[in-house]
Design a protein around this ligand. Structure first.
Ligand SMILES: Nc1ncnc2c1ncn2[C@@H]1O[C@H](COP(=O)(O)OP(=O)(O)OP(=O)(O)O)[C@@H](O)[C@H]1O
Ligand SMILES: [Mg+2]
Length: 315
């Protein structure tokens, strides 16, 4: 699996998104493990996730405050209510006053229903966390929601000429513009997923200007192993093999593998229009659990990037 993933694990803030179920959390955790193994203080963050996956991968529950799960590696889940309280406190730095404001139902209702307020506060929290770590990896919601969330600071900048929301938006846009703030799109070699990846990239470039998107990850890719000759042989043998025999079954497995390779080839060809490197990640067995998948993804990224790390003890 060729391709340098160092722009991901050498970032300072890394946003991860993609279609639902493509492997966003696994990739976020894998990049986190890789960065931590290289001595970077790393934090992997889920955003207000009702069914967080990081605890499944690392075997420890997540809370609002980071929990260390491995040397140099912590995880957390940004919940909306405490993030809002922290944000208000950053504006009116008196705890007692913050409680009074938060208790005021009109104020909290205003913040809850104002479009974008929630997303802005969540992003603000990631920015605060980034000040305490070498790398913060934000496991964003699936693409559509992620674009909506990331575009809020730009909208807020247009709507608010001054005030705390405007200051927060400005700070976030400054973060987006830094070259070490990056976003990675995770895709799969499937037509619908590639469609959504291309669409998301277009929307990000249109609505979330300034964010660096150094590469695309093609997860569960099957690199070509069949030669042209082997493909012709497969077709010739298929024509001969009587249906229902062991031979036909073996050939069927070969055809299945060939189909996966062809799908990977199609996806790689279609993603060329992004003018970005597409790094393939292997399709792994899920039988050993989510943690093992993450370890193997981290090892694959390390190999592809020429980095030597030891995931011993990290099964
Ligand atoms: N390369 C891979 N090979 C095999 N299985 C994988 C691979 N990458 C991820 N998986 C598995 O696929 C499942 C979904 O992965 P994951 O939870 O990371 O996706 P997600 O994009 O975060 O999903 P959601 O949109 O629900 O948050 C998990 O069981 C994970 O272990
Ligand atoms: Mg996930």
């Amino acid at each position: 699996m060729a391709g340098d993933t160092s722009p991901l694990f050498r970032a300072r803030v890394l946003f991860v998104t993609g279609k639902g179920g493509v492997g966003k959390t696994s990739v976020a955790a894998a990049v986190g493990r890789l960065a931590a193994a290289q001595g970077r203080r790393t934090l992997v963050v889920e955003v207000d996730n009702q069914h967080p996956t990081l605890p499944v991968i690392f075997g420890k529950p997540t809370a609002y405050e980071p929990t260390e799960v491995e040397p140099n590696l912590s995880i957390c889940n940004i919940a909306w209510a405490p993030a809002l309280e922290d944000w208000v406190e950053s504006i009116v730095s008196m705890r007692r006053l913050v409680r009074l404001i938060m208790k005021n139902r009109v104020v909290s209702l205003f913040l809850q229903v104002t479009p974008g307020a929630r997303d802005l506060v969540m992003l603000w929290r990631t920015l605060q966390l980034a000040k305490r770590a070498d790398l913060v990896i934000v496991d964003l919601p699936a693409s559509g929601n992620a674009v909506a969330m990331l575009s809020v600071p730009l909208t807020a900048e247009r709507l608010f000429p001054a005030g705390p929301i405007r200051r927060c938006a400005d700070e976030l846009l400054e973060m987006y513009a830094r070259s070490d703030t990056r976003l990675v799109l995770v895709a799969l070699p499937e037509e619908m997923v590639v469609n959504e990846t291309l669409e998301t990239l277009h929307k990000l470039e249109r609505d979330v200007r300034g964010l660096t998107i150094p590469l695309i990850l093609l997860n569960r890719a099957s690199p070509p192993t069949f030669t042209e000759g082997e493909r012709s042989l497969l077709s010739a043998l298929e024509a001969e093999a009587p249906p229902g025999t062991a031979m036909a079954e073996v050939l069927g497995a070969g055809r299945w593998e060939e189909g996966l390779e062809a799908a990977t080839g199609d996806a790689l060809a279609r993603l060329e229009v992004t003018h970005r490197p597409v790094v393939s990640l292997p399709s792994l067995s899920r039988a050993d659990g989510a943690r093992k998948v993450t370890t193997q993804l981290a090892a694959a990224m390390a190999r592809a990037s020429g980095v030597r790390v030891d995931f011993r003890g990290g099964t």
